[in-house]
Write a protein that binds this ligand. Sequence first.
Ligand SMILES: *Cc1c(COP(=O)(O)O)cnc(C)c1O
Ligand SMILES: [Zn+2]
Length: 437
Amino acid sequence: MHADLLCCNEACAAHYPITEVIYNCPACGGLLEAHYQGDPGNPWDLTGIWRQRRMSNEPIESSGVWRYRELFPFLDSPAHIVTLREGNTPLLKGARAAEYADLESVTFKHQGFNPTGSFKDNGMTAGASQAMRLGMKRVACVSTGNTSASMAAYASAAGLDPYIFIPNGNIAYGKLAQALEYGAKTFQVDANFDQILALVRVLSEKLGIYLLNSVNPFRIEGQKSIMIEMLDQLDWVVPDWVVLPGGNLGNVSALGKALRELKQWGFIDHLPRIAVVQAAGSSPFYCYMNAPEGAAFVPDTHPETLATAIKIGDPVSWPKAERVIRETNGVVEFATEQEIADAKAIIGACGIGCEPASAATLAGIKKLRARNVITKSDRVVAVLTGNVLKDPDYIYRYHTGQLKAPDDIPIAPNFGNRPVVVANDFDQIAAMLEHGR
Ligand SMILES: *Cc1c(COP(=O)(O)O)cnc(C)c1O
Ligand SMILES: [Zn+2]
């Protein structure tokens, strides 16, 4: 099987060589995706080979993305692969989280275990490898978050120069800190996200810089490995539900493409249902999917949420995401700031932890369970998209009762765990330990 085409996802169905440096269809502006001819081989043989590769010390084999490369063979040579041993993320059971959502059990696929602490690494390893294959020297993205942290790391590891463009006054410091440390040249531009993206598109084209924003179709190919690895870890037994947070909707598009192809190629015989959860203050996809049939997609011009990774008003990948929801008989839910914060503390109390956007999953599961959309005995896998340490400020504020939603409404520390101030006094501390806190 090989890929020599980038196909337009829209009705125009135009196709272009896989080596063409384009991000949207030149004919209609639609999103592009890699298209493969033939099939990858016998599923029984391939799943066996993938298991064996885990024993290898070779970088490409021990990467939890490239181990599965037969399912996204867009490169013409493994020499172009840039890897930091991404993927290999665990499935973790959270008993307290299951109880919280009234489920018999819940499993977390924790993408925060990636090299830069988010699932963006699954995609960035593929995007950076395509940049190498194209002979690019410089890469760029517009982002204040995990995309920039990931791109900076992969570009620097490959000897490419990373350029990051961020909107003025809209900085997530934990993530920006990573980008600076990994050596990205960072430009703070006095404009909003969409204006900067338009500027960077022109710059990239004129100066021959490769764009690694979420429209990049190769990032989507790499992110398919999240679903492939999950099913491998489940011994190819398809769960009832896969739940993930939705921002730009690239991840749900990638996971859905993986499922579609895995079924087409005979790895699975049916699909799990997909649930996407958005933050209440940034939920254009929820609104669209729950509007009457035929209603237009309406971007949110003022998205607001403390879960900055899903604070996206105009998600580029919504048409792909809609297809995935329809194909998997999926649902789209929303969660409030309070619901996200409480769910996050519960995931933390399981000894697992995640960043705010990731916790939207458990908050959404609880609501879908309450409405009996999810049944108590359903096998549910939630994708935790980012590491707990991405946003320590949020955590401290929640546990000390200082966290406020964007509309200034205080968030109650319902599962708060406040540090206790005590005197340097043995008897006093001993007495407190005896009686619990
Ligand atoms: C990017 C990101 C998301 C949103 O993913 P999309 O593909 O934009 O829907 C969610 N959580 C975290 C931690 C992220 O970094
Ligand atoms: Zn097109």
